[in-house]
Design a protein around this ligand. Structure first.
Ligand code: ADP
Ligand code: MG
Length: 156
């Protein structure tokens, strides 16, 4: 049995969300799965932008809606960004997802992951983002204890 830990915070701008995600990106070792849950415009892709920066990628992060997945590289490691928006069935892409989820050199971050929930490991960091105001978002984290290192440097 894994017990789920929780933490929540509020960000007051997209820059603050990016900074927070960058801190998590710096903590990545490889093998983690991060699921981002929100409505459209909640800030999932904004979060991935900061995550990729902290991870060490200089690549531009945009919404991969039309390509479904994008890979950001840093030396031997890879950050795989999936966006399943509007996908009714995951089909072949779920095999690609299953492969990278099992690869300890890869970190996986997923937007709109409902359609692949059977492929996502239960041991993942889930962040639910809700819009509290035009520029404010509340972020609810849930994660198993073994992933608590991802939040190092965040809690004050
Ligand atoms: P999603 O991927 O969830 O659809 P995006 O990251 O593409 O969302 O868009 C989020 C939008 O909300 C951006 O225009 C961003 O500038 C804006 N925004 C405003 N405040 C925040 C905040 N606190 N955190 C994240 N994004 C914010
Ligand atoms: Mg997005």
């Amino acid at each position: 049995m894994t017990t789920t830990q929780t933490w929540c915070t509020e960000t007051v701008s997209s820059a603050v969300t990016e900074q927070l995600a960058e801190t998590i990106g710096l903590n990545l070792k490889g093998g983690e799965v991060i699921e981002l849950v929100s409505d459209l415009g909640g800030g999932k892709t904004t979060f991935v932008r900061g995550l990729a920066k902290g991870f060490g990628s200089a690549d531009r992060v945009a919404s991969p809606t039309f390509t479904i997945s994008k890979i950001y590289k840093d030396k031997q490691r890879e950050l795989h960004h999936f966006d399943f928006y509007r996908l009714q069935t995951a089909g072949l892409i779920s095999h690609e997802l299953a492969e990278v989820v099992d690869d300890p050199a890869c970190t996986v971050v997923v937007e709109w992951g409902e359609v692949v929930k059977d492929v996502l490991p239960t041991e993942r960091l889930t962040i639910k983002i809700s819009r509290t105001d035009e520029d404010s978002r509340s972020l609810d984290f849930s994660y198993p204890a073994k992933l608590s290192y991802l939040l190092e440097g965040l809690k004050k």
